[in-house]
Write a protein that binds this ligand. Structure first.
Ligand SMILES: [Mg+2]
Length: 229
């Protein structure tokens, strides 16, 4: 993996699910809960809902040429993203699946000394808070941007503009980190932001080293001294 090429980075925007933690069992319960919700909407069994959702996902992906989010799939089948998230909040138990990884905590603590850290997620605020508590990452982030801010799931240009404006940083100063290029990184990259695809723990844990190497090599002044926050 090459060094992250931008020496100007002052802030990092992380995706949450699949990026700051990987938990296939918990991801499966999210899909199950979504199928249960959509079964109620469509008046079918959860298994039928699962099949209809898989077909919708393929159809949408083929039409758009990109990977599709759960939000988009639910929307296309007549579901409401708000209701889906109310269902998630009631149903999902991240506490039963997620545990702390001290290596991730240490890396984020170190990054936080040099960069403003943010989360931008298609999850909702309540679950994001619970997930971060499970991971031991509460309080690490300057701001959390979640789906219930505007009910505009990623990828979304308008929401991205709002996120970028809220950080007060220029595109070249804002690194986006996520596990799905089409969802998390394509639009930020088009806007001129550096991006880093992280799909497993090894990649996530390499981030600080890549940034350290790129900033110390290309910069002759400590980044944290320039930061206002
Ligand atoms: Mg993700």
């Amino acid at each position: 993996m090459p060094l992250i090429p931008c020496p100007d980075i002052r802030g990092i925007v992380f995706d949450l699910d699949g990026t700051l933690y990987i938990a296939p069992d918990f991801a499966a319960t999210i899909q199950d809960a979504a199928a249960d919700y959509m079964a109620g909407v469509m008046g079918v069994t959860p298994d039928e809902a699962r099949q209809l959702m898989a077909a919708a996902r393929s159809r949408l992906a083929e039409a758009s040429g990109t990977v599709q989010t759960l939000s988009a799939v639910c929307n296309s089948l007549g579901g409401s993203i708000r209701e889906l998230h109310a269902f998630f909040e009631e149903r999902l138990r991240p506490e039963a699946y997620l545990t702390r990884d001290q290596r991730v905590i240490v890396q984020l603590e170190r990054l936080r000394e040099r960069f403003a850290l943010y989360i931008y997620t298609n999850n909702n605020h309540a679950l994001t808070r619970r997930i971060l508590a499970c991971l031991g990452l509460e309080g690490m982030f300057s701001h959390i941007f979640a789906i219930d801010d505007a009910w505009r799931p990623k990828p979304d240009e308008q929401m991205l503009e709002q996120v970028m404006a809220a950080t007060g940083l220029a595109p070249s100063e804002l690194l986006f980190v996520g596990d799905r290029y089409d969802i998390d990184l394509r639009l930020p990259e088009q806007r001129g932001c550096p991006v880093f695809l992280s799909q497993n723990l090894d990649q996530l844990l390499r981030l600080e080293g890549l940034l350290t190497a790129s900033t110390s090599r290309e910069k002759n002044r400590p980044l944290h001294k320039e930061m206002k926050r």
